[in-house]
Design a protein around this ligand. Structure first.
Ligand code: PLP
Length: 372
């Protein structure tokens, strides 16, 4: 059982679809591309979604490359390992980053973001990670943060690789220029696709490319106009992701947001009761990653859980070997969390009386597709 922050266990039908291979220049595949972009655009509430074969990192890099220009001043808000990776992309692009950094475990509030944009009137964009997977901390007030950025006339670039489908996120309504994500997270597909959702404004900001490259989003959108991809795609992953998008539609995106929040809230409560010292607080906790210092060493808790068939992750960067991270994305439900909590009770010799809330369970059609 995977309780790492991606890749995630996927529904049976998604796994099955991943094995399909067809000619990517056939009508059958054009239908997949067309349906997939249509469904994802609705789920993101965006204008377009670029469908890239690759990982979340590629999606982030493509977003940065396609929305920023060489020499452009860009505010980057960093608060963990993935934010640092986003910053690296901005630097590689040749943009001029102005970095505001928090130590891992801390986050920016809306007032701070307002102050930052005020201090950087000449910056034309702000780039940030929605959900910092390395610390289990997120911008829970993303809507207000984006409003502050857009009110100041700047572009908003969001890495929501581990956030999309687990929080309210409305690209068009909030005016976000671009959001990058990956298939193997809360969307609950197999790894292999990077997705970049764009608003109308984001699309208009794609225009003047100064250095041509193969991960230019405009190139992808041009091919997607014909329901194709510029290069050979991971065809099976496209089929799988289309199925994952159908299942998400059927569950209802709002229900998926609520399920992630309910599961995360519950797991935070239980682990705190068991003596974990978690990173973050009510204002910034992640809906997809519960992270903190366990009551016994991270190494032994990871090993003990692995012996019981459950995989969780350790820390990253300066938090390596200091914390554990439990990923609760995609189709993780009350049953999976119950299994984890039972194993933790056994390892830590502690009884826990809390019961997962009903909002943490999957609808019946999905429950039948996932075994823990
Ligand atoms: N950004 C965030 C916030 C992530 O959590 C991850 C992966 O976990 C990435 C970027 C990179 O994604 P990938 O590993 O698919 O390249």
């Amino acid at each position: 059982m995977l309780l790492i922050p991606g890749p995630v266990n996927v529904p049976r039908s998604v796994e099955f679809e991943a094995t399909r291979v067809v000619n990517h220049r056939s009508d059958a595949f054009r239908e997949v591309v067309s349906q997939l972009e249509g469904k994802l655009a609705k789920l993101f509430s965006s204008d377009r979604v670029a469908l890239l074969t690759g990982s979340g990192t590629l999606a982030v890099e493509a977003m940065v490359y396609s929305l920023l220009r060489r020499g452009e001043k860009v505010v980057v808000l960093t608060y963990g390992e993935f934010s640092e990776r986003l910053l690296d992309s901005v630097k590689r692009r040749g943009a001029q980053p102005v970095v505001y950094r928090k130590v891992p475990g801390e986050s920016f509030n809306v007032e701070e973001v307002k102050k930052v944009v005020e201090e950087n009137k000449d910056a034309s964009a702000v780039a940030l990670v929605h959900n910092e997977t390395s610390t289990g901390i997120a911008f829970r007030e993303l809507r207000s943060v984006v409003k502050a950025i857009k009110d100041s006339g700047k572009k908003a670039l969001v890495d929501s690789v581990s956030g999309f489908a687990a929080y309210e996120l409305l690209v068009n309504e909030w005016g976000i220029d671009a959001v990058a994500t990956g298939s193997q997270k809360a969307l609950a597909s197999v790894p292999g696709m990077g997705l970049v959702a764009l608003s109308k404004e984001g699309i208009s900001n794609l225009s003047s490319i100064d250095v041509p490259a193969f991960h230019d989003i405009q190139l992808y959108l041009k091919f997607q106009d014909k329901h194709e991809t510029p290069f050979t795609p991971a065809v099976g992953v496209f089929f799988a992701t289309l199925r994952a998008a159908e299942l998400l539609e059927r569950e209802g995106i709002k229900n998926r947001w609520a399920r992630h929040e309910a599961c995360a809230r519950y797991l935070r409560k239980v682990t705190t009761e068991m003596g974990f010292s978690l990173l973050g607080n009510e204002s910034n906790f992640s809906n997809t990653v519960v992270a903190g210092v366990p009551p016994i060493s991270p190494k032994s808790i990871i090993a003990e859980l692995k012996n019981r068939g459950i995989e969780i992750s350790g820390g990253m960067g300066e938090l390596r070997e200091k914390i554990v991270r439990i990923g609760i994305l995609g189709v993780v439900d009350d049953r999976a969390i119950h299994k984890l909590v039972t194993a933790l009770s056994d390892i830590l010799k502690q009884e826990v009386s809390l019961k997962a809330p009903s909002q943490c369970s999957l609808p019946d059609f999905l429950r039948a597709e996932v075994e823990w």
